[in-house]
Ligand binder design. Structure first.
Ligand code: ATP
Length: 513
């Protein structure tokens, strides 16, 4: 039975044509992926199907009706989860989970019952203990994502729309999400999934619709969904070549030290550890949610203070600067790219250009010390071209860009500040595969000129052929360091689960959960 039928849909925002001719047919009991480059119109299509946006042309049929607005779509059983997490940050977890389904005017559950239900659901989804009365603003990103997912799942949707919903989840979290998706699908629901994580798509999707520049260019059945086929359809250009680590790049033990952590304790009563980063090194950082890798990267960037120990950056003349704030880290030549774009990355009320210019403006002064606007604009144009950012007028608000293109602006901003060390916290979240390859290429080029990189990723495939070593965190401490020659999916998984690589028994689904 057809669940969703979209035919010839178009949609423009002012001069920007987000969709020109989009079509999609998804059955009930099917996981249907929407794939395409950043800015190809995926989120716009998801919003049209969920009644948030009205199309300019074409027809939309969801369970036999055309959703006229989000409430109408909801009555039909459509539960959308958009890329930008919609949460009432000042309210509790339970209040957010039941927002819209058991509200003030139609309350059927007591506060106690809501708390109990929210707790049970979130613990099942997130795999960790949860206090349902905790304020959402205090939660880490992955738990916020689970709150949004819980809100959609608790209404038992007939159509579930997931726009980059796994991007904030780690490997084990993604597995649990997949289990939920399969449960809903087997119960007859239709699940639309938008993701740039190709490996994930190959595992979960029954069909895929590919968009290119707002147009549907193909539909792939389960067995046709391969990275190669997707890339061929997604871009008019040749698929990007995979980045290969420079074979002449040997161990960096002889190059100059640029950053050192000594006896670092990320939280009280955790094991102290040391960390060194040398010129030209690319160090991957990995771990399961709550393993301490996210705290580590924030501490190195001066955002959070360690419980004890120190982070030191060494200048080109050997002088050492202890880092105790993000300002000190910036002044010492460290650029940071946050993984939480909405909370820590963009300034939503400012334009695309202003968002870019606020880090590198100090590097663009004329002889009198005033900011050289022409030089800054030139730098903006170069970075936009280099990372292939789809921007409208630079003075439009950054929020008018697609999610992936906003992320690219933040990456461009970090490069343009001409850092010595660049620290990236899951930067490729929501970024298309072509741009990911370009980002790796830029980072490899940066390292070849002596720059040093710390790169946290929740997608372990990202490290292969790219990182010199991957430091794996377990129980809020550095557990293992895997040099590139020992990197494999299996070795990383074993390390992330705190197991020895030569352990005989495989990692079980229960362990994942
Ligand atoms: N509210 C808006 N105002 C102006 N332009 C918009 C708006 N929403 C989307 N666009 C533009 O429409 C185009 C398609 O955006 P959309 O968010 O649908 O892309 P996407 O495929 O989901 O991208 P991503 O993979 O980066 O999330 C982009 O060029 C974007 O800048």
């Amino acid at each position: 039975m057809t669940g969703i039928l979209v035919q010839g849909v178009s949609k423009s925002f002012g001069e920007t044509r987000a969709l020109t001719d989009a079509s999609l047919a998804a059955d009930m009991g099917e996981v249907h992926a929407i794939v395409g480059e950043n800015g190809s119109g995926k989120s716009t299509l998801a919003k049209i199907i969920s009644g948030v946006l009205a199309p300019d042309g074409g027809t939309v049929d969801v369970l036999g009706e055309t959703p006229g607005n989000p409430c109408h779509a909801r009555r039909l059983g459509v539960a959308p989860i958009f890329q930008e997490m919609m949460l009432a940050e000042q309210l509790s977890i339970a209040e957010n989970v039941f927002a819209g389904s058991d509200g003030l005017l139609c309350r059927t559950l007591s506060a106690k019952a809501r708390n109990a239900e929210a707790k049970a659901l979130l613990e099942r989804l997130s795999g960790q203990a949860v206090d349902p009365t905790a304020r959402v603003s205090d939660l880490p990103l992955h738990l916020k994502q689970w709150v949004v997912l819980a809100r959609a799942i608790c209404i038992q949707p007939r159509v579930l729309i997931l726009d980059e919903s796994s991007a904030a989840l780690d490997l084990a979290g993604t597995e649990r999400l997949h289990a939920e998706i399969r449960r809903l699908r087997d119960g007859g629901a239709c699940i639309l999934i938008v993701t740039h994580r190709i490996a994930e798509l190959v595992r979960i999707a029954d069909k895929a619709t590919v968009l290119r520049d707002g147009r549907t260019v193909g539909t792939l059945s389960k067995f046709e969904i391969t990275e190669q086929n997707l890339l061929k359809l997604m871009s008019a250009e040749k698929p990007p070549a995979k980045v290969q680590l420079d074979p002449s790049k040997t161990a960096r033990s002889s190059s100059a030290l640029v950053l050192r952590c000594e006896a670092l304790q990320l939280a009280r009563e955790t094991t102290p550890f040391g960390f060194e980063l040398r010129e030209g090194e690319i160090v991957g950082v990995a771990g399961l949610d709550g393993a301490g890798h996210a705290e580590f990267i924030r501490t190195v960037a001066g955002i959070d203070l360690p419980s004890s120990g120190s982070v030191t950056i060494f200048g080109s003349h050997g002088q050492s600067i202890e880092i105790r704030s993000i300002e000190e880290a910036g002044a010492a030549g460290l650029s940071y790219v946050s993984g939480d774009r909405k909370k820590e990355g963009i300034f939503p009320a400012l334009s695309t250009f202003e968002n870019f210019a606020m880090a590198p403006y100090g590097c663009h002064r004329d002889r009198t010390g005033l900011i050289d606007a022409g030089s800054l604009r030139g730098s903006f144009a170069r970075e936009v071209a280099r990372l292939g950012i789809k921007v409208g007028p630079p003075n439009d608000r950054i929020t008018s860009l697609s999610g992936g293109n906003q992320q690219k602006v933040l990456i461009a901003r970090a490069f343009a500040a001409q850092p010595k060390v660049i620290v990236l916290n899951d930067p490729a979240r929501g970024v298309d595969i072509g741009t990911k390859q370009e980002l790796y290429r830029q980072l490899v080029a940066f390292s070849q000129t002596g720059g040093a990189v710390i790169y946290l990723s929740s997608e372990i495939e990202e490290f292969f052929d790219f990182a010199d070593r991957v430091d794996v965190f377990v129980q809020t401490t550095l557990h293992r360091s895997l040099p590139s020659r020992d990197l494999s999916e299996e070795a990383l998984l074993y390390a992330m689960f705190g197991r020895l690589a030569d352990a005989v028994s495989p990692i079980t689904v229960e362990e994942m959960a």
